[in-house]
Design a protein around this ligand. Structure first.
Ligand SMILES: CC(C)(COP(=O)(O)OP(=O)(O)OC[C@H]1O[C@@H](n2cnc3c(N)ncnc32)[C@H](O)[C@@H]1OP(=O)(O)O)[C@@H](O)C(=O)NCCC(=O)NCCS
Length: 186
């Protein structure tokens, strides 16, 4: 069975829903920024062609049923401010991996916490998952803090796990269980 696509989620300031192709121009402002993509596994978008190539790749992964790509929109004016991803779905273990990105103009306001919290709630609710994982470069402290604020546990350090942007880098593996999330009541 493919990963379930949840209905659009509304939070106090945001709407989080599955991506559609018309969202790409809005995402240019997010991913067309070297500071934003520094720790992400893809190059900064330089043109709408880069966005289209990324979308084709994401559409292919979504078609396997192993991932759902989301966009994060401002609830006020429906501006695209970021994206979220549930991927590497393992049906037998009801497990998936979480990813997120916000445009730089939107950092430092608790919006990533709000969006990622909505995705975690959907993952452990209508999507029926039991465990979420996130890999984060320890140098990416805003992301580490976000995972901690969501209740993730740092479970280990995977040394030189990836090569990207010309260098090998470590990642911390963080994990969150459905029972832990439900006990927090958030
Ligand atoms: C990772 C990322 C999404 C985190 O965004 P963020 O805005 O720092 O995260 P939050 O939404 O949780 O905001 C937390 C910050 O907002 C502040 N804040 C302000 N108002 C707030 C509110 N109402 N609620 C919560 N926090 C608030 C907090 O104090 C905190 O600041 P601090 O980090 O200086 O302590 C962002 O840095 C990003 O997009 N990075 C590039 C992509 C990336 O690296 N993704 C992760 C790959 S693993």
């Amino acid at each position: 069975m493919p990963l379930t696509v949840p209905a659009p989620i509304e939070t106090p300031r945001l709407v989080v829903r599955q991506i559609a192709e018309p969202d790409l121009p809005g995402l240019m402002a997010v991913n067309g920024d070297d500071m934003v993509t520094q720790f992400l596994p893809y190059a900064t978008w330089r043109s709408i062609d880069d966005a289209a190539a990324w979308y084709q790749r994401i559409a292919g992964i979504q078609a396997t049923g192993n991932a759902v790509q989301f966009v994060i929109l401002s609830r006020d004016d429906a501006t695209v401010i970021g994206a979220g991803l549930l991927f590497n779905f393992n049906e037998g273990s009801a497990r998936a991996e979480l990813g997120y990105v916000l445009g730089r103009a939107h950092w430092g306001r608790g919006l990533a916490r709000e969006a990622a919290g909505a995705l975690v709630g959907a993952a452990f609710g209508p999507m029926g998952l039991r465990r979420l994982e996130a890999e984060v470069n320890p140098l990416n402290q805003p992301s580490v803090r976000l995972l901690q604020s969501l209740g993730f546990t740092r479970e280990g350090l995977l040394r030189q796990r990836w090569v990207g942007k010309g260098a090998a880098y470590d990642v911390e593996l963080h994990g969150l269980l459905r029972d832990e999330w439900q006990q927090r009541g958030t």
